[in-house]
Design a protein around this ligand. Structure first.
Ligand code: ATP
Ligand code: MG
Length: 573
């Protein structure tokens, strides 16, 4: 992990709160009248599902357009027919909408521009700026040179414009086998920038394309597609990640030589997050190898996965804002994302009581057939969420961990002779317990004080522990899935053996959990706080009356702790 981890304020934002460097450029361009309105785009390649890194690019592109009253297009960069599928095209649109952004009627595909791109290639050929090369891919690589040595010209570099045009048209007509020829820009084999050493513009590839079918057997390269697509759409600011910085001279060379509208490419830092892998290719492998249950496995850093896990879209947007836009790559702590998730859920999640590891509690002096409806607050952060009735009866479920036969000093929950508060219920005092032959505690017994209804003591008597409970007769049996990081190493993308870096305990399934009565009716995707346990979300695997809950995140906030420590450290220093 880089030493930049944990310090988003210092390293991700030059001046916290103020406009970041892209905003400064936009503000200047609007002030000078260079642009009346800004126009950005989000350009995913439909070769996988979107992940948290894409969420950042989406928030930057759609977010800036929104902030400066501009427009943002969605454009599929679909120039690679062998890896692309309509499944991804649909999922990507769904995910962007879920995140809260809208491209209105501006949905485009780079493949819609294939004919125009082809015409531009012919223009370059006619003007002596592109040529058909017969060298093989290996030979081209060998001719390319290195960072310190210039490349060598291809023997085919000086073909006449007529010959090149004829060959290129025959490439399109399917006269040559795959890989036998390419079209290259004629720039400079000695350029200090390897991207400018006669980059390949077109390749021959007989592959079915998800939109153009078998219309084409030549396909434009990314570099020949992206800038021109931006130009066609009159994108003012083409925002991309840092790895494209060295491609910018080619981006500009193409719009200049084609004499077309020149968008400005601006690069910003990729989002990297600790304990997380954000590369579609590697995530696809996890899916294909069955390491996870799918792209929407709640442990995946995909938008799908985070959604199923219960992350609210607003939390993801807030996180992207908090990370900010920087020019230097760094790694953000996963705890920061979880902090944003907690912040959001704390405000909006309804509180419920669920016992994950049930232990029977019998109240000896409570009437056998009595049921009381206790008032329980739905959300202390939001009065308008009101309250609900929770049934209370003689036999309850409590957490196994809330009883100890022989407790250590600072244990304030139930133990023989000890009095605790049952949240929203009564004060109860432990009178005994039962064990089975294996020595396990099977039942705890207690008496209640009828004067403490609602959990308040009339005589000012204090108890140190408050525990949650569920009435056994009214309990809704449920399954609860607990998650931990998918990887045990902070930088799994760098791991030589990804499988070895996996956390064997990333998923723990608890069956036979006991939820309060209201959990018998929940909706898929609903987000809740189980008191003392964390935030949970209703999984699509739920059946009527048998809900399945994913733990979204625990209650403990490690990010706030990290920040506090840092603040403390700073003060001292
Ligand atoms: P991956 O490496 O996961 O395949 P990619 O960059 O190839 O990602 P694209 O579909 O080409 O994926 O990306 C669409 C947009 O999202 C691009 O503009 C890309 O720069 C941006 N993007 C991808 N990953 C990140 C990231 N980690 N942080 C910020 N932006 C990203
Ligand atoms: Mg890509």
């Amino acid at each position: 992990m880089s030493d930049k981890t944990n310090k988003p304020d210092e390293n991700e934002r030059a001046d916290a709160g103020g406009p970041h460097f892209i905003e400064q450029i936009i503000q200047e361009d609007l002030a000078s009248g260079k642009h009346e309105r800004i126009h950005t785009r989000f350009p995913p390649e439909p070769n996988g599902y979107l992940h948290i890194g894409h969420a950042k690019a989406i928030c930057v592109n759609f977010g800036l357009a929104k902030k400066y009253d501009g427009l943002c297009n969605l454009r599929f960069d679909d120039t690679n027919p062998t890896k692309e599928e309509t499944e991804y095209v649909d999922a990507i649109q769904d995910d962007i909408r879920w995140l809260g952004f809208d491209w209105e009627d501006r949905l485009y595909y780079a493949s819609d521009y294939f004919e125009q791109l082809y015409a531009w290639a012919e223009k370059l050929i006619q003007e002596g700026r592109a040529y058909v090369d017969d060298l093989s891919a290996d030979e081209i690589r060998a001719h390319r040179g290195t960072l310190t040595e210039p490349g060598k010209n291809s023997p085919y570099r000086d073909r006449s414009a007529e010959e090149n045009l004829d060959l290129f048209r025959r490439m399109r007509a399917g006269e040559f086998p795959d890989g036998s020829k390419v079209l290259r820009a004629k720039i400079d084999m000695a350029s200090g920038n390897i991207n400018m050493r006669d980059p390949v513009l077109y390749r021959i590839l007989r592959a079915h394309h998800h939109r153009t079918g078998d219309d084409w057997c030549i396909y434009p390269m990314y570099d020949f597609t992206h800038g021109q697509s931006d130009s066609i759409e009159k994108i003012t600011h083409s925002l991309c990640t840092l790895e494209f910085e060295a491609h910018r001279p080619l981006y500009d060379w193409l719009t200049e030589n084609l004499e077309i509208y020149p968008p400005r490419q601006i690069e910003f830092a990729r989002l990297n997050m600790s304990y997380t892998m954000v590369t579609k290719r590697k995530l696809l492998k996890l899916v294909q190898e069955g390491t996870v249950s799918g792209w929407d496995d709640p442990r995946m850093p995909t938008i799908r996965g985070m959604r199923r896990r219960g992350y609210p879209p607003a939390a993801i947007r807030n996180f992207c804002d908090m990370v900010g836009v920087a020019k230097v790559n760094s790694t953000v702590d996963l705890a920061m994302l979880e902090y944003c998730v907690r912040q959001e859920l704390n405000l909006h999640a309804l509180r419920r009581m669920t016992v994950l590891h049930p232990l029977k509690l019998v109240i000896e002096n409570y009437p056998e057939d009595q049921v009381e409806e206790m008032d329980a607050v739905n959300n202390p952060e939001k009065e308008s969420d009101g309250s609900r009735k929770v049934p209370f009866s003689r036999e309850l479920w409590i957490e196994k961990a809330d009883f100890m036969e022989d407790p250590p000093k600072k244990y304030f929950r139930l133990s023989p002779g000890r009095e605790v508060r049952l949240r929203y219920g009564y004060f109860v005092t432990c009178t005994g317990f039962e064990k089975n032959d294996a020595g396990e505690i099977t039942e705890v017994r207690c008496t209640y004080d009828p004067a403490t209804r609602g959990g308040d003591s009339p005589d000012g008597r204090r108890v140190k522990g408050t525990i949650h409970w569920v009435s056994a007769a009214h309990a809704v049996p449920c399954e609860v899935r607990l998650y931990d990081n998918l990887f045990t190493v902070p930088d799994p993308a760098a791991a030589e053996d990804v499988q070895a870096a996996l956390n064997p305990d990333s998923l723990q399934v608890l069956t036979g959990c006991m939820g309060e009565r209201s959990l018998g009716e929940v909706e898929e995707g609903q987000r809740l706080q189980f008191e003392r346990q964390g935030y949970f979300c209703v999984d699509p695997d739920s059946k009527p009356g048998a809900p399945v809950f994913n733990r979204t995140v625990g209650l403990r906030d490690s990010w706030a702790k990290i920040q506090k420590q840092q603040a403390g450290g700073k003060k001292k220093g």
